[in-house]
Design a protein around this ligand. Structure first.
Ligand SMILES: Nc1nc2c(ncn2[C@@H]2O[C@H](COP(=O)(O)OP(=O)(O)OP(=O)(O)O)[C@@H](O)[C@H]2O)c(=O)[nH]1
Ligand SMILES: [Mg+2]
Length: 299
């Protein structure tokens, strides 16, 4: 999935310097980034940072320019992919547990990005670390959503707290938290319905869910196939609800990898996991250095 992004940088570093001037090369890079799913604002920022780094630098020989270009690119990528604060969820869950309280995750995103599937994957991941969880069926909006969550959770052996359709999602989540407290369950995973950021009522509902549950981690689920749009989705959810961390799904499905840059750039929050398939084990921690070495391993 990262091959395409890697090709972008390879083309940029190699071709540009023998054939074109730096500014032309940077313009080419911008187009290449955008055509590889990096959001326009992010691509612009990457190019701006590179231009800034070059300012005032005397370009003398071709070889040193090439190295300079590569080093600058790397620095810019590291900066984008380094969140303001790293999050160790296992450690945080244990700290909360030591206080006798469950750790609450709320998952949100637009329709169909993979929220419900990801919740089952996260529950499965936690289970493997001996952390117990319960899910809250707070998608009371979409037909079939409660059954879908229940089916996934059955498959990974996790209970679901549910009310009926059209019931208040915040109170479902609240009940799940009460249940977790009573049963000494470590984690509450709140599933929410997919919502367009332009739907004011659904964004207000999301705010209410967060107000009532006071979550430890608000997770934006971004679809890596969404291209440019993922940045705007993240921006709007951050503005309305606040994002603490991201999970990027569908990296297996011919994604070009650009969404990881866009989402990190926009939110400055960590990408906790990437989804790499529809199986419950298809969840991998996002590793900045591996990602970087994949896209910058330019020969
Ligand atoms: N290939 C691939 N498919 C995924 C991944 N994650 C989720 N999916 C698929 O994406 C589709 C939507 O997944 P859901 O979990 O229902 O998404 P959702 O965000 O809960 O959807 P709504 O509740 O309708 O908003 C399903 O067909 C999933 O199997 C992934 O990492 N890779
Ligand atoms: Mg869902």
């Amino acid at each position: 999935m990262l091959e395409k992004l890697k090709n972008v940088f390879s083309t940029f570093v190699k071709k540009s310097l023998t054939e074109k001037k730096i500014d032309e090369a940077i313009n080419d890079l911008r187009i290449l980034l955008i055509s590889n799913d990096v959001a326009i604002d992010t691509a612009d920022e990457i190019c701006k940072s590179i231009i800034e780094s070059f300012k005032g630098q005397q370009i003398t020989r071709l070889t040193s320019t090439k190295k300079m270009l590569f080093d600058t690119l790397k620095e810019v990528m590291i900066e984008i992919l380094t969140p303001e604060k790293e999050i160790d969820i296992i450690k945080e869950i244990k700290t909360k547990k030591s206080l006798g309280l469950p750790y609450v995750f709320v998952f949100f995103g637009i329709n169909g990005t993979g929220k419900t599937t990801t919740i089952a994957k996260v529950a499965n991941f936690l289970k493997e670390s001996n952390i117990s969880s319960v899910a809250a069926a707070s998608d009371t909006f979409r037909a079939g959503a409660i059954e879908q969550l229940t089916k996934h959770m059955n498959n990974v052996g996790i209970n679901v707290i549910k009310h009926g359709y059209k019931s208040d999602p915040a109170s479902v989540a609240y009940d799940a938290i009460e249940h977790a407290k009573a049963k000494e369950i470590d984690v509450v995973l709140v599933d929410t319905s997919g919502r367009q950021t332009t739907n004011r009522n659904l964004m207000l509902e999301m705010q209410k869910i967060c107000r009532v549950t006071n979550p430890d981690l608000k997770i934006f689920i971004g679809d890596s196939l969404a291209g440019n749009d993922v940045l705007y989705q993240a921006r709007e959810f951050d503005r309305h609800v606040g994002i603490d961390a991201n999970i990027l799904t569908k990296l297996d499905a011919d994604a070009k990898g650009g969404a990881a840059l866009s989402i990190s750039f926009e939110t400055k929050k960590p990408i906790l996991f990437i989804g790499t398939g529809i199986g419950y084990d298809d969840l991998e921690p996002f590793d900045r250095d591996i990602f970087l070495s994949n896209i910058l391993d330019i020969n």
